[in-house]
Ligand binder design. Structure first.
Ligand code: FAD
Ligand code: DLZ
Ligand code: SF4
Length: 508
């Protein structure tokens, strides 16, 4: 007989390795193992989500006639690693071949390739662009740009196109229409909620007992764990979120963790949702007049553009990509990333909701916690570990390029053309946090001046050699050069003081 492996982020009925097997003769192995649960201190909700979704998926496979060997975390004989469990079960069952689908993470794929097991690999067809197709696209290009990749994907997938193949609305990208700040009083829809059944309750208790040393809330787990529930979450977004997604994609607001975002990333990344169906539904919502084009295009761009693009870069450049540090950063991650205890209101809100929910939306990750890490010169591997640990949707293939490349510019501009550095003014424009903050966003050098401001100029000054030739930064370097020498010196000194306080372990 043959054994099929299903990992915690491979919970799809049409998984390539399952399609290659015969349920009447072959068996499936799924295993909860310490190695996967502890390689970073995952948020408790992430472990609850993965384990509960795995247990539900095993049940669903059995109902479809599969013989599933499911190893619970505390099961006797659990070796603690995926390779160990494959070895053990191969022996027990006398399996001649192990069928498996490409892993999401290089770390695990390498460990399995090195394990000396009789592996038969299958391509992960849940993605629209295979590793090989991306490598072919990238070959010979001196610069990779998401926009070029995205246009090709739109054409290939036939999404949001006019009958003659031109882009709907005459433009490929409506990014400029995705940056409205939230009008006072406008709130996001009431979030969808999910009850905990007996399986989830058992898993929640297990995580409480076994992972109480991890950061993040133990209570309040509220996420879909089956395909049916994930579909409910998606329908909720189609009904109540998508129409406003385009306009307020970049907005942030006090006490509004989700706003008009879909909250589907974790369900999608583990296979509870299917990207082809999501895109078809959004295309249909636009064609039938339910949502405006800037919403449909903005959303589809994230799915077939950014999501596939970062995965392509990850597999093209790993493992050396993980070690890049173009700006030479080495500062330790401030402790307040793990506690949320900082006077910076925007940071406290983003980190607070992250610890509570395992969720922050893209602009919070990019322009608040990410921007601060970039300006403060945090070591890339430290901030990458943080993002990988604290978000319920975090897997190395998507987290690493976003953090190391997009946020930290540690790949020297391979993934994106410029660092997304910004002063407090950006956060003020896109949120209402500054009104509730004890720092003054309009000040730069004073005692209570917003830390983002001086750190922004300090960042530009200290990295002038690496960044000033970038055409997209010409204007900001022009502003820096127009400052009087005395002003520049004062800004530099305030930046030095803030960094020294971080080095001394102060929270800011
Ligand atoms: P929405 O805003 O509703 O977007 C819809 C979907 O588009 C998302 O569910 C996601 O699948 C996709 N998407 C949007 N932006 C990106 C992007 N930049 N890269 C890849 N997919 C994208 N996303 C993850 O899934 N896992 C991660 O570990 C992760 N780490 C990130 C780290 C940093 C520093 C940054 C800046 C972004 C990261 N993202 C990650 C991308 C993005 O922030 C999340 O996908 C998004 O916030 C998830 O919330 P949502 O489902 O409500 O997304
Ligand atoms: C994230 C995660 C966790 C917490 N636990 C498990 C597990 O016990 N068993 C499993 O098969 N997968 C788990 N996962 C998901 C894996 O880490 C994920 O499949 C790989 O990192 C992707 O290559
Ligand atoms: Fe954040 Fe600065 Fe605004 Fe405070 S003033 S919320 S620190 S941007």
């Amino acid at each position: 007989m043959r054994l099929g492996l299903v990992l915690g982020d491979q919970l799809s009925f049409d998984l390539a390795s399952l399609a290659a097997l015969d349920p009447t003769q072959d068996a499936v192995l799924m295993a909860e193992v310490q190695g996967e649960a502890r390689y970073v201190p995952h948020h408790p909700h992430k472990i609850m989500f993965i384990f509960s979704a795995m247990r539900h998926f095993a049940q669903a496979l059995r109902e479809r006639g599969w013989q599933v060997h499911y190893v619970e975390l505390d099961a006797e004989g659990n070796s603690g690693s995926i390779a160990g469990e494959l070895r053990r079960w191969c022996k027990v069952l006398g399996a001649s071949e192990i069928h498996l689908t490409e892993c999401g993470e290089w770390r695990l794929e390498q460990a399995l390739r090195d394990a000396g097991l009789p592996l038969v690999w299958h391509r992960d067809t849940r993605f629209l662009c295979s590793r090989e197709a991306f490598a072919r696209w990238a070959q010979g290009r001196t610069q990779l740009r998401m926009e070029h990749f995205y246009r090709g994907m739109r054409k290939r997938c036939g999404l949001l196109l006019e009958p003659d193949g031109s882009p709907a609305g005459g433009s490929w990208n409506f990014d400029a229409d995705n940056r409205k700040s939230l009008p006072r009083g406008l709130r996001g829809p009431i979030p969808a909620q999910f009850d905990q059944d007996a399986i989830t309750q058992t898993v929640v208790d297990l995580v409480r007992q076994r992972f109480n040393d991890h950061y993040g809330a133990m209570d309040g787990f509220d996420y879909p764990v089956t395909h049916g529930q994930a579909q409910q979450l998606w329908q909720h977004f189609l009904d109540f979120g998508l129409a406003a997604f385009g306009d307020y994609q970049d907005a942030m607001a006090e006490g509004e963790p989700y706003l008009f975002h879909a909250r589907i990333s974790a369900a999608l990344n583990v296979g509870l949702l299917d990207v082809r169906q999501l895109c078809a539904d959004v295309d249909h919502a636009w064609r039938s007049g339910q949502v405006p084009l800037n919403a449909a295009e903005g959303f589809i761009r994230q799915l077939i553009g950014w999501r596939e693009y970062v995965r392509g870069i990850y597999w093209l450049r790993m493992p050396e990509y993980a070690g890049l540090n173009h700006l030479g950063n080495d500062r330790a991650l401030p402790t307040f990333y793990w506690t949320g205890a900082t006077r910076m209101r925007c940071m406290a809100q983003a980190i607070g909701q992250t610890l509570r929910l395992g969720y922050a939306h893209h602009i919070q990750r990019l322009m608040v916690t990410g921007n601060f890490a970039l300006l403060a010169g945090i070591a890339p591997d430290a901030i990458c570990q943080w993002y990988l640990a604290v978000y319920i949707d975090a897997f190395d293939w998507v987290e690493l390029p976003n953090t190391l490349g997009m946020v930290m510019h540690a790949d020297g501009g391979y993934l994106g053309s410029k660092p997304y550095c910004a002063s407090g003014r950006y956060i003020q424009r896109m949120s209402n946090h500054c009104q509730a903050c004890s720092y003054k966003v309009g000040q730069v050098t004073e005692e209570n001046a917003c830390p983002f401001n001086a750190l922004y100029w300090h960042f530009l000054i200290r990295h002038r050699a690496q960044l000033s030739a970038n055409p997209r930064l010409r204007l900001v370097y022009g502003s820096l050069d127009n400052m009087s020498p005395a002003r520049r010196q004062a800004v530099w000194e305030r930046g030095q003081e803030l960094l020294a306080r971080l080095d001394a372990g102060e929270a800011l």
